[in-house]
Every structure is written in structure tokens, then in C-alpha cells.
Design a binder for this molecule. Structure first.
Ligand code: BGC
Length: 758
């Protein structure tokens, strides 16, 4: 098994959509779904992070832009269509090491002409506006005229698979014979944001150019160039397709002029040179992100897939975009950004690519205006981050959707899932803790901590009867229960958010008193507020069982029908139990980790005993109907000694998309599950955590078949390389660090490898 490659050896066009997601190529700036040029079955997607539009849809959504992949081969008058031809030797392979997608097959047309087709595609990590394909075409049993068509399709819509929600978010603005190539510019309906696709072909064999004539044409919303060539049996013709994508989101200039000049430069640099640079960058990225697992090929391949897709979904070049729940891989959840980013994906970036982590957090800073508006229009103060966000940070959660039986239901998450505020605060503290990036904290981070705390100040309710603060009518991470009071995840993290705001404002006061004063004046905060915050944090209500051992997910949860999971399907996932006449919300069944989630985020706040009893209680009631859930149970399971299930949950997480275990990979990557996969390996099996004193700890346990688990992390500016072998642990660091291993303290200095027995 090649542990860098995701392969597919059978063609079944029913699966095209799923593989379009799995084979998406992205570079943080944009994503192109892994569509096959020679099949019209599927759901092509071309997205640029940050290009959103609402027009006639329910809420604003990521725009599926004009499609630049168009490429047809005509052998005389027969088009090579994968769904019409006989196919042999079909193979697709995503080479994750170099970020290249390969497709190969032999197509035989109805008239019996066979052609061997090999395509290679990449979306450059070097120059983010460049992408390219290489086609190697070999006639196997004919000589004759072949026409190659290169086209850009502007008739694209969002939601092409769902007629009731299909929307076209742009108008084709202009079409050009651009010399070189063809160009198509679009403009979004609401904000008039423009984007340009520009492509051309260069064809050669050993004697040079192979094209005889070129015909340019425009049909409706499509622009095309067709080249005539003559092909000889057994001789390979190589065609390069060069692509440039630009948008005025990042470039305030004439897109067409900039695009043509960039395309010329690309041709001058050459396909091969750009590919080399692209591969070089991926090598560097892998050096930062890879997790090596020896002794378990399935786990190795699976974890790499998640690391690859996460790293492909973000870059440090734009602080106004973040990673959507489905990343740049599809239109699921309308390209919206959730807590998935800060709680599930961000740790991966903090520890492996901190500059990207910072850019992701800056997106929240840059959308504070929207968050403040969300608070104001719902009657609160401070900043209320949107449960689902797009370009401006305004709440864009749809109000209506469908339940599991297809009935229309009101979606309350945008109204009630407030915990997103503390999740973002959590991301900031976690980032600072691992990087010591004071500049970020002073200039941006603390403002978010304070303004989210200010929101909580206006949102909590004081109960005079109980002398405590409460938060009523919310949705916690478990979305099966709506309008609940005092969800512990929400309350606990609101309390934590307030405490951190207090702690860091004190820190700022001595660190930079001017910034402190300016901030207080900007946010309208003074010592009276801070005093009150202290009391609120202290008196926040946290419901628990009588003996204090089990946290009650929300007030009244223990009184619900106690239905537990008793059966598991062939994939070892829970089967819906009989609700015994209750509605789902009237039972104790939960959608995903909730109390467990809290214990993973704040491991230092709970004793091992409490963690264990909560894990045992909630694990039996968690349906894992969100892909966010299994990785979290794997981490908590390892913390409390449930090793067997931990491995099972880890494998579920890393194969979420590769095995399509939520059944909706067609619509994009489960990016939070990818982040959870990293966490499950590092926070789970390695047991990496930062203790209350801010010291890094590891406490590894490996499944029997794992011979070695190796990875790198960044810790306060040092790069730390850790290898966990069967009988020893090896640690290298580029700077001085303190590391606790199985609770014993070690000082590690640069160039002095620490080796200890296990
Ligand atoms: C989960 C949320 C998650 C969202 C986007 C929902 O099904 O319940 O926790 O944020 O999906 O991934």
C-alpha cells in the first residue's frame, strides 16, 4: 500500500460526487472539486474563500464560480465521454505528498477508437492564483484528426443537485478571446464582486507544437477554444492546460490585464517549474504536519488524508477568511464557518502551522463588527459571534431546514447556540498559550476576550431565589435538545470566558497600559463591570448529580426518558433505540459530545474520577450523529482508560470521508472531523496537554500494533519532535523547553536528544 496515495480503481459515475470531494485540490485561497473532465455526472465546484452571495437563496452562501475545468477530446466526430465509452485500466490517485491528482484510463469509443488518457492536475501552493493540468494522450489503434476543446463554463449554479434550492449567484460579465487563451469574468449579484478565469492550452510532441488550427467561440455563458491536431498510433501528445483565477476581492486592478500578464508569466515559467515549486511547498508543509504511524497502514493513510485536507484548506495570506465546515470542498452548510474551526481545526494549526492559526483568528477579529451587530439586534451588548458566519460575521444560519424524516423544521441554532462566543475565546487562549504571541494578544485577542465577556454579562440572568447566574433557553453542542436552560457546556465556558477576560485585562494593564485604557474606553468597560464579572463567574450555575460526580448536561436532563444505546451496526456505530413513545428531545439520547466535549477542552478542570463517570454515563447515550463526536470520545476514552473504544472512535474519525460514514461526503469535507483526527492522535494517544502551570505534558499510550508514532509540534517558538516507540520515547527540540512525560519533569535543550525508556 502506498501510504501517500488515495486511489480509486473502479469507475462508477454514481460515486462521482463523493470522489469530487475526496479529490478536491485546494490551497487555502481556493478549492476545485476533483471533477472528471470527461464526465458530466457529478457536481463540479470552484470556490474562492470569501466569495459569498445571497441573492435569491435563504441565506448568503459560498458562490460556486464559473468552471474552468472544461476539456473535451473529439476523435474525428466522436466525443470522448466516460459514460458512453468502454473504459479500461481506470485509475485515479490523489498523491497527498505532492498535492497532485492523477487520472488514467483507456477509452474506447462506439466506433472502436481507443485512446490512452493520462491527466495530472494541481492547484498551486506556490502562486495561489495558478492551477494547471497536463494531459498525455496516446491513440492505441488509430491515426487521424483529433480536436481538443478547452472551455470555461459560466452557466454554473449552486445547489445543482437540489432543484428547489438551486441558485445562480452571478452574472457573466464578459467573455474574451484573450490571447493567450480564453477568459470569462463574472460578477456576483449582491456585492458585484468580480472573478476571472483564464485558461489556455499548449500542445506538443517531440517535434514541438502539435496544434494545426484554433477556433475561438462563445455560446451563451460559455467560452471555448478548439484546437485541431493530428495524432499517430502509439505516439503520445502532451497538452498543458494553464489556468489563472483572480478576484477583485484581493486585487483592486483590472482583472483582465492582471490575468493575461499572469498567464503569460505562467507559460514562461512553464508547467514543470511551477509544479516543482508547488511540490517543494508541500514538502515543507508535510515536514510540519505529518504524523507517522508505523505498524498500522490503514491508520497511517487515514490520518494523512485528514492532515492533507486540513492543510489544503487554509493559508496565512488572508485574514478575512476562515475554514468552512465543509472547507473548500463542497457547498454543504453553504460554505459557512462554525465553531468547527476554533474548537476542532485550530489546534492542528496552532501546533503545526501557527501563522495559519493566527490568520484564522484574525478572521474573527476582522468580523467583530458583524458580531457586535448580532448582539445589538438581539438586544445584547458586546460581541455575539454568529453560529454560522460568512464574509461579514453576521448571523447567517438558515431559519428553516429538514429533519431526519424530511419534514420542514425551524432551525434554532442561529438563535440559541451561544457557546460559539466562548469557543472563539478558547481558540485565542489556546493559541497564545502555545505561541506566546503577545503582539496578537495585545492588539486583537484581548479585545475579543473582553467583548465576548461583555456579551455574557448582558446575556446571563440572575436568579434571586437561588443567588446564582443562569443562562436559559439555549442549545448546547448536543442539538437534539433545544431551548434548554443552563446547558453546562455553555455556562461553564461562559464562566471561563469571563475569567479569562479578567485575567488578561489585568495582564494587559501592566503589559501595555495605554492599550488597556484605549480598549476599556472603546468597549465601554470599567472596574464596576469587572467586579460584576467576578461575581458572575463565581456564581454561574453548573447543574450536577447529587453526589457531584456526573454533570447534568442541562437543567432537567436527568428527568428525561432514560433511553440508552444497546445496539451497534456493522460499522460499530449506534443504532437508534426505541424511544418508547417519546420524542427524541424527550429522551436522554444526545447527538454528539457535550459534557465530554467540555472535559476535553478544559481537562485540567475535572478530576480523573469525574471524567470517568461522565464518560461512562454519556457514551451510552451519544448517537454520534455529528462527525465532530467520535474523535472527542476517543480522546476522553483514552484519558479514562477505555482504550478499545478509543481506537474504534479514532478510526471512525479518520475515515469519516474516506468511508463516507456520515453518508454526505458528496457535499464536502467534514473538516472538523479532520481536525478531531489530529487531536485524537496528539491529545488522545500521545496525551499531549498543557497543565495549569502552562507546562507541556505527554502521557502516551499506543495501540498494540503501533510500533512508532512520530510528529512535530511548535511550542513557544521551538520545534519539538517526538517519537513514541514501543520501548522508548525520543524528544528533540530546537530550543530549551520543559516537558513532563508520565508526570516526570524533563528539561530539553537544543541538539541534545532526550531518550527515555517506556
Ligand atoms: C453539528 C455542529 C456542527 C455543524 C457543522 C452539526 O451537525 O451538530 O456541532 O458545528 O454540524 O459541522
Amino acid at each position: 500500500m502506498d501510504l501517500w496515495k488515495i486511489s480509486l480503481n473502479e469507475y462508477n459515475n454514481y460515486d462521482n460526487k463523493k470522489y469530487e470531494t475526496l479529490f478536491t485540490l485546494a490551497n487555502g485561497y481556493r478549492g476545485i472539486r476533483g471533477a472528471l473532465e470527461f464526465s458530466s455526472k457529478g457536481n463540479r465546484g470552484n470556490y474562492i474563500a470569501g466569495i459569498f452571495d445571497k441573492s435569491q437563496s435563504q441565506v448568503t452562501e459560498i458562490v460556486n464560480l464559473q468552471d474552468p475545468l472544461g476539456f473535451n477530446i473529439y476523435i474525428e466526430d466522436e466525443k470522448v465521454d466516460m459514460d458512453e465509452c468502454v473504459l479500461d485500466n481506470f485509475n485515479r490517485e490523489l498523491d497527498m505528498q505532492s498535492g497532485v491528482l492523477n487520472t488514467r484510463f483507456i477509452a474506447t469509443t462506439k466506433k472502436g477508437k481507443s485512446i490512452d488518457i493520462r491527466c495530472e492536475r494541481f492547484v498551486s501552493r506556490n502562486k495561489i492564483n495558478r492551477w494547471a493540468s497536463k494531459y498525455e494522450l496516446t491513440p492505441l489503434n488509430f491515426n487521424g484528426k483529433v480536436f481538443i476543446e478547452n472551455y470555461i463554463d459560466g452557466s454554473v449554479t449552486n445547489g445543482a443537485w437540489d432543484v428547489m434550492n438551486k441558485n445562480k449567484h452571478f452574472k457573466v460579465k464578459s467573455i474574451f478571446d484573450s490571447n493567450p487563451g480564453i477568459a470569462l469574468t463574472i460578477e456576483t449579484n449582491d456585492n458585484n464582486m468580480k472573478s476571472l478565469e483564464l485558461t489556455t492550452l499548449m500542445g506538443e510532441n517531440e517535434r514541438g507544437n502539435i496544434f494545426k488550427t484554433r477556433r475561438y467561440s462563445e455560446f451563451g455563458e460559455t467560452v471555448s477554444e478548439v484546437y485541431e491536431t493530428y495524432m499517430t498510433e502509439g505516439k503520445t501528445a502532451t497538452i498543458f492546460k494553464y489556468g489563472i483565477s483572480l478576484s477583485d476581492k484581493d486585487m483592486k486592478c483590472d482583472l483582465f490585464t492582471a490575468g493575461t500578464s499572469e498567464l503569460k508569466d505562467f507559460i514562461k515559467d512553464g508547467y514543470g517549474a511551477e509544479l516543482e515549486e508547488h511540490k517543494k511547498i508541500w514538502r515543507k508543509i508535510w515536514d510540519e504536519i505529518d504524523i507517522k504511524i508505523s505498524g498500522d497502514e490503514k491508520a497511517q493513510l487515514g490520518i494523512r488524508f485528514n492532515l492533507f485536507q486540513l492543510a489544503a484548506s487554509a493559508y496565512d495570506g488572508d485574514t478575512k477568511v476562515s475554514i468552512a465546515a465543509k472547507a473548500l470542498h463542497g457547498e454543504g452548510y453553504k460554505g459557512h464557518i462554525f465553531w468547527d474551526t476554533e474548537v476542532f481545526m485550530l489546534p492542528f494549526f496552532i501546533y503545526t502551522r501557527p501563522k495559519v492559526a493566527k490568520a484564522l483568528l484574525m478572521y474573527r477579529y476582522n468580523t467583530l463588527k458583524g458580531a457586535r451587530e448580532n448582539a445589538a439586534i438581539t438586544g445584547y451588548k458586546g460581541a455575539r459571534f454568529a453560529w454560522e458566519a460568512a464574509d461579514e460575521g453576521l448571523e447567517v444560519t438558515p431559519k428553516w431546514g429538514f429533519d431526519y424524516d424530511g419534514n420542514a423544521v425551524r432551525i434554532w441554532t442561529g438563535d440559541e447556540e451561544y457557546h460559539i462566543n466562548s469557543d472563539i475565546a478558547f481558540g485565542i487562549v489556546e493559541y497564545y498559550r502555545a505561541t506566546n504571541d503577545k503582539e496578537f494578544l495585545v492588539n486583537y485577542g484581548i479585545e475579543i476576550l473582553l467583548d465576548t465577556a461583555k456579551f455574557w454579562q448582558s446575556r446571563v440572568e440572575y436568579s434571586k431565589a437561588e443567588d446564582r447566574y443562569e443562562i436559559s433557553s439555549v442549545i448546547g453542542p448536543d442539538e437534539f435538545h433545544e431551548h434548554v436552560d443552563n446547558n453546562v457546556f455553555t455556562n461553564y465556558l461562559a464562566k471561563w470566558n469571563i475569567e479569562k477576560a479578567l485575567f488578561f485585562k489585568d495582564w494587559l494593564k501592566t503589559e501595555d497600559n495605554v492599550v488597556y485604557k484605549v480598549l476599556c474606553s472603546k468597549l465601554g468597560l470599567n472596574d464596576e463591570d469587572f467586579k460584576l464579572w467576578d461575581i458572575m463567574a463565581e456564581k454561574m450555575y453548573i447543574p450536577k448529580s447529587e453526589d457531584g460526580m456526573i454533570i447534568e448536561q442541562f437543567q432537567g436532563y436527568f428527568d428525561l426518558a432514560d433511553i440508552k444505546i444497546t445496539q451497534y451496526d456493522e460499522n460499530e456505530m449506534p443504532v437508534w433505540p426505541d424511544f418508547e413513545g417519546n420524542k427524541l428531545g424527550e429522551t436522554q439520547l444526545i447527538k454528539q459530545a457535550d459534557v465530554a466535549q467540555l472535559m476535553i477542552m478544559l481537562p485540567e478542570e475535572f478530576t480523573d474520577e469525574v471524567k470517568k463517570s461522565n464518560y461512562e454515563y454519556y457514551e451510552k447515550r451519544t448517537m454520534h450523529k455529528s462527525s465532530l463526536s467520535p474523535s472527542m470520545y476517543s480522546i476522553l476514552g483514552l484519558a479514562v482508560g477505555d482504550r478499545q473504544n478509543a481506537y474504534k472512535y479514532f478510526m471512525k474519525a479518520i475515515f469519516t470521508d474516506l468511508e463516507d460514514n456520515q453518508g454526505n461526503t458528496d457535499f464536502g469535507l467534514h473538516a472538523a472531523a479532520s481536525g478531531g483526527s489530529w487531536q485524537s492522535a496528539i491529545f488522545g494517544f500521545v496525551g499531549l496537554r498543557v497543565n495549569k502551570e502552562g507546562i507541556l505534558n505527554i502521557n502516551p499510550w499506543l495501540p498494540e500494533q503501533w510500533e512508532d508514532l512520530s510528529f512535530n509540534i511548535n511550542w513557544k517558538g521551538s520545534r519539538v519532535s517526538i517519537s513514541i516507540l514501543k520501548d522508548k520515547i525520543k524528544v528533540d527540540s530546537t530550543g530549551k523547553i520543559t516537558l513532563n512525560i508520565y508526570d516526570k519533569k524533563y528539561l530539553i535543550d537544543k541538539e541534545k536528544q532526550l531518550v527515555i525508556a517506556r
